[in-house]
Every structure is written in C-alpha cells, then in structure tokens.
Design a binder for this molecule. Sequence first.
Ligand SMILES: NC(=O)c1ccc[n+]([C@@H]2O[C@H](COP(=O)([O-])OP(=O)(O)OC[C@H]3O[C@@H](n4cnc5c(N)ncnc54)[C@H](OP(=O)(O)O)[C@@H]3O)[C@@H](O)[C@H]2O)c1
Length: 298
Amino acid sequence: MNIDASTKVMITGASGSVGWVLSKALAGRCEVFGTYASHPNVPEGVTGLKADLCDQWAMKEHLELYQPDIIVHLAAITQPDRCEQNPQLAFRVNFEATSEIARVAGTIGARLVYASSDLVFDGAKGSYTEEEVPRPLSIYGMSKLRAEEAALGLLDGTLVVRSSLMYGFGSPVSKTFLSRVLENLEQGEKMQLFTDQLRNPILIDDLAGAVIIAIEKDLSGIYHIGGPEIVNRHEFGRKVCRIFGYDEALLVPINMRDFPYDAKRPLDSTLNTGKYTGATGFVPRAMDAGLEAAKIGC
Ligand SMILES: NC(=O)c1ccc[n+]([C@@H]2O[C@H](COP(=O)([O-])OP(=O)(O)OC[C@H]3O[C@@H](n4cnc5c(N)ncnc54)[C@H](OP(=O)(O)O)[C@@H]3O)[C@@H](O)[C@H]2O)c1
C-alpha cells in the first residue's frame, strides 16, 4: 500500500514509546491520528485523540468518525508485573479491545497492524520462527497472544509484528529500558542487570521504519522483527556505558531466576527475523550503531 498525503493512519498508543516515534515518522507524509489514555502527548502534526481502551466504545467512535485506511494498534498494558497483578485489566485492554478494533476495522475497510511481543514464547529454546507454537509464561504474554489470534481471525490481511526488547527514546512521558539505564548511570547509582535473559533488542526508530516498510509491502500474517544481535541486559548495559561514557562498574550482574518478579519471564525469547528480512531486505541496526544514533537523536 502506498502511503501518501491522502492516506489516513490511526496509531493507538501514540503517547507511548513506539507510537510516538512511528507517528512522528509518518506526520507530514500522511494524515496521522494518535490516541492516548492518560498522557495527552502526541508529536507535532499528529491529531491527538483520547481513547481509554477500558471503554469499549472509545475506539469505535474515533474509527467510524475518522475512517482511517490503516490502524497500527500499539496501545497496551506493557508492564508484565502489572498484568500479573491485574489480569482482568490486562485481558480487557490487551485482548478484548484488540478484538473490538479488528471488528470495526472490518466494517470501515481499514488494514490492521497489531504489535505483539517475543514474550508470547516460553524461552526454552530461543531463535523462534513464526511457525513455532507460542507458550506464554505470563498474563502479559497470554493477553498478547490472544489478541494476535483475535486480530488474525477477525480480519483478513492483518499484520502481526512480534518484536523484541526496544531501546532508544520514545515519547517524553514513556520510559524505555535505555532511558532507565541512563537515569541510573547519570545519578551514579548501581544498577542490577540480568545476565541470564536473552533478547535481540531493536532501536525503536528501526522498528517504526520496519513497520512502515511492512505496510508499503502489504505484508500480512505474523512477522518477527528484532535486532541483529543477541544480548543479555547486562551486556546491553555495558554497551550503553561504553557509548554514553559511564563507568561499567555501576552495573551489577544478577540472575533473573533469583529475582522475585510477579510475572515469569522467558530465559531466551530471541526471535528469528529471517522471514521479515527475506520479504523486505531491511535489517535493523546493530546495537553499537543504534546506540550511537540514539545518542545524537537518531
Ligand atoms: N517496549 C518493548 O520493549 C516492547 C517489546 C515487544 C512488544 N512491545 C509492544 O509494542 C507496543 C508498544 O509498546 P511501547 O513500549 O511503546 O508501550 P508504552 O511506552 O508502555 O506505551 C503504552 C501505550 O499504551 C497506552 N495505554 C496504556 N493503557 C491504555 C488504556 N487503558 N487505554 C488506551 N491506551 C492505553 C499508553 O497511553 P498513556 O500513556 O496515554 O496512558 C501508551 O500510549 C505494545 O503493544 C507492546 O506490547 C513492546
């Protein structure tokens, strides 16, 4: 699908990390509507719309009124522990609202892109392909998986993008893993980081670019999009120290298994991204280049 000035794109969760970067990348190129729930912050050039997904009519009204050609559905309760503590809220916002959006998308003839996560996998083997059967360990992972299934089942042509840990800088009101690490380092505080959890982190700006390419190429079905390198969080922190000029001694290696989280996390949820790269030729930046880009504002 060609994205031009006549195209209308609705991005849910534009006040969040990915939504901010994606809506900013599209503003000026097409008409962009961006929803928020509690933070009325969207980039310049984006029409901000309040829509709390706990209200089952909020998105329906916006979608029927603005009739977007494409909906990129990013809004979610993204904190696994919060989902574990409040499963009802997690399933309402992450799963049920996605089903409602997919149904309305069908009635207005919009395409749907749904953002899912590597946390749909149990992490027992890693390098997961799109064909492998997910087995979430947490309420968050389960709510995202059920949302995927609903979106794909209710609307032909839906694209589900599963991505890994994201780094970079998103909206002024959302914190990313990178911004949390930098906050600690700036304050000279020690920070505990896992050595036993593997992900393939992706720069948020590259994910946004990858989603735009996927829309332009009319991809549908499930695609894994992640960075080209596999690291644990401690290794990620060491790269941050090297590139941003902080003392690596502030990083304390710990085991995730020893940490009393409410939500269980997979040990190795790395994604095999060959299907997406094969379809588009796009390879996200390696972490050193991604962190350098983030340092100078991408
Ligand atoms: N971050 C990652 O590492 C990662 C990895 C894999 C997949 N993902 C997926 O990618 C998507 C975007 O993640 P992100 O990191 O950009 O998220 P984020 O920064 O946590 O932002 C979440 C967004 O969802 C909105 N939201 C939360 N509760 C809502 C509700 N009840 N009703 C309506 N909107 C609500 C927030 O709005 P307000 O702030 O205005 O309340 C915000 O815009 C999510 O679907 C997530 O599951 C993220």
